[in-house]
Design a protein around this ligand. Structure first.
Ligand SMILES: [Zn+2]
Ligand SMILES: [Zn+2]
Length: 356
């Protein structure tokens, strides 16, 4: 098994060659066909998040991320073998040779949150694949139980891999503002998540979105993907432009960037009773004047990835509505380092996907 691992925070990934593991217990071994390179991989690679206001950065090491680690939480693979403790009923109809998406946002599997189907919110023992356990920057990977494998049934592995993270993250955020779908919503950030949000919004029956980004290339990609309007977030009158483009009160904003400037813009453009859903993890401190939160009766809600049920719903939606894939750049596994650097430097439109 070849893998590219974080051996040291902030240092190039290290190529490792080890024997391919045999799946123990209820585990399933998959042969990786596609592994998306996500922006949050940069944070893992760099070792933490900036929290702003001079606070000590949030360290992933302190949160239980241990090295060496194979990143990669957007993984599609082919089932090679089931562990000895996997019964027929555990397989849910899956068999060797099936191509599956690995749901990565695992928890302890035992607490009330996990048993309630919200493993992504587990605080007992977060065990996300590619974050706390080895993920898909490899030619093989093991998944703890077949229930976390979703049959792709004909979807393309390379374009479907990002549904495990950017897809379900976007879908879950959109579900939180579904009540505002009869008005234009505002999406801040036109990277991989922003483009995916546009196509999902359409499939979910939304009126559409005004997309804000500081990068002209990304704005152009958003316009092409069907944004109602695009606004340069760096413009001095960005707020006025967003409000004008909406043409009616704005009830929902999804901030896929999450820095002081974008969350300020997102907050300021909302009408009374509006909702700001924060998804992006760029970093920094909250910019809002506290009295305006009650005066405008604003809801600020965080959204972190999505649960297994939402991921299955998303794949069904993609299939039934024939959602067009977001632009992806396939790259060989050996270019994992280049993919991360390209992402860090903002050189990618859409998603880099490693194809071992
Ligand atoms: Zn991700
Ligand atoms: Zn749990």
């Amino acid at each position: 098994m070849k893998s590219f691992r974080v051996a040291e925070f902030n240092a190039p990934l290290k190529e490792m060659n080890e024997p391919t593991p045999q799946p123990a217990g209820t585990k399933v071994l998959i042969k990786v066909k596609a592994a998306g390179v996500c922006h949050s991989d940069l944070h893992i690679w760099e070792g933490g998040y900036e929290l702003g206001h001079g606070r000590k950065p949030l360290s992933l090491k302190d949160r239980g991320v241990s090295l060496p680690l194979t990143m990669g939480h957007e993984t599609v693979g082919e089932i090679i073998a089931f562990g000895p403790d996997v019964g027929e009923s555990d397989k849910g109809g899956l068999k060797t040779g099936d191509v599956v998406l690995a749901y990565p946002w695992l928890g302890c599997g035992k607490c009330k949150t996990c048993l309630g189907g919200e493993e992504n919110m587990c605080i007992v023992k977060p065990s996300a694949l590619g974050v706390y356990c080895d993920g898909g920057y490899a030619d093989h990977m093991t998944v703890p139980h077949p229930k976390y494998l979703l049959d792709l049934k004909g979807l393309d592995p390379v374009t479907a891999a990002p549904y495990a993270c950017s897809g379900v993250t976007t879908y879950s955020a959109l579900k939180k503002v579904e009540s505002a779908f009869d008005t234009p919503i505002v999406i801040i950030g036109a990277g991989g998540l922003g483009l995916m949000a546009l196509s999902l919004l359409k499939a979910m029956g939304g009126k559409g979105a005004i997309v804000v980004d500081i990068d002209a290339k990304k704005r152009a990609a958003a316009a092409e993907a069907g944004a109602l309007a695009i606004v340069d977030g760096g413009a001095a009158d960005a707020l006025e432009q967003v409000i004008k483009a909406a043409g009616e009160p704005i009830r929902a904003v999804i901030d896929l960037v999450g820095n002081a400037k974008t969350s300020q813009l997102g907050f300021d453009c909302l009408t009374k009773g509006g909702k700001l859903v924060m998804v992006g993890l760029f970093g920094g401190g909250a910019p809002w004047a506290l009295p305006l939160i009650p005066i405008k009766a604003i809801t600020i809600q965080g959204s972190y990835v999505g649960n297994l049920r939402e991921t299955a719903e998303l794949l069904d939606l993609v299939r039934t509505k024939k959602i067009a894939p977001i632009p992806v750049t396939p790259m060989p596994l050996a270019k994992a380092n280049e993919a991360l650097v390209d992402l860090q430097k903002g050189r990618l439109v859409g998603r880099a996907v490693l194809t071992p």
